[in-house]
Structure formats: C-alpha cells, structure tokens
Ligand binder design. Structure first.
Ligand SMILES: [Fe+2]
Length: 163
C-alpha cells in the first residue's frame, strides 16, 4: 500500500488538475483499506473499503475509485456482488482511474516494481489455477493492461519514463 501510494505521488504529475492529483494519491493510499479485518464485511475488499470510506464520509469520488480499482467489477461478478457494487458506486473512467490501476498493477505485494503482465502472472501463481482470483485475473487482463498502457503513454507524453 505504501509503495502504491508513493508511486501515485510520482505519477500524479501527468494529471493537469490539482484536484485529480489529490484524488489519485488519496485513492492509491486507501485502495486496499478493505482488507483491514475490522471493516471487512463481504470479504470483497474493494467494496468493503469503499463502503467504509463512505461511512466515515471520506470524499465520495475516492470511495468510488476504490470500489472499482483494478477491474473490481469482474471480480465482483465472480463473487455475486456485481449488482451491489454497480448500484452503490459509479465507475469513473478517466486518466485518474487508469493511473490508480497502473500504480496498483505495477507494484507487487512487497512493494517491488513489476511489468503489468508479470504482476498478473505473480497473482495467478500466488492463488493457483482454480482460485476465484485467478479466474478474475484471466477475464480482467485485457482491461487492466489497457489502463496500464494508457498511463504509460501519458507518462511518456509528459516526458517521464514509466516505472
Ligand atoms: Fe486491491
């Protein structure tokens, strides 16, 4: 979470709007807050985290970005929670959302940098072939990779090397 938050602070320079930068950085630091045992209710961390953020009246745009981070809709599908997720939180499709997916999906569990496809393989090998998360990753790969590539293009256009 720390590495993802710090990467977001570095990547935020591609966003022209100061508020977008602040939203990205907050969402990056908070994106996995739903793993905290004290606030896990469904066991699906994007939804649990977003509900908690809304409950504590955190910025609603940040809550919605957390709800939908890294293609959460498709994992929600696998878990029978897609209608709850979609009913409660709008999915923002923007450079901010792409950048959030980028910082998450190019950072490994110990904070190390990953190329996105290697990161997806790392998730698959951690969970094993029959796990719901692996099924989700298989379905989500095209959308996740597309968001990462769009962000890499924006980084290059801004004169930065992708991390
Ligand atoms: Fe996550």
């Amino acid at each position: 979470m720390q590495a993802v938050g710090m990467k977001a602070e570095a990547v935020a320079s591609i966003l022209a709007d100061k508020q977008d930068c602040d939203v990205l950085i907050a969402a990056a630091w908070l994106h996995d807050v739903g793993y905290a045992p004290g606030l896990a209710t469904t066991g699906f961390h994007p939804l649990d985290g977003a509900r908690w953020l809304r409950h504590v009246r955190f910025d609603d745009r940040v809550a919605a970005l957390v709800a939908h981070h890294s293609c959460a809709q498709l994992e929600a599908d696998e878990r029978g929670l897609r209608s709850d997720l979609d009913a409660e939180f709008d999915r923002e499709q923007s450079a901010v959302a792409d950048a959030l997916w980028y910082v998450d999906m190019t950072t490994g569990p110990d904070g190390q940098d990953y190329e996105v496809t290697a990161r997806l393989d790392e998730v698959r090998s951690r969970y094993g072939p029959d796990h719901i998360v692996t099924r989700f990753i298989d379905r989500a790969e095209p959308d996740i990779v597309a968001a990462v590539r769009r962000t890499e293009d924006r980084l290059k256009a801004a004169g930065n090397q992708p991390m």
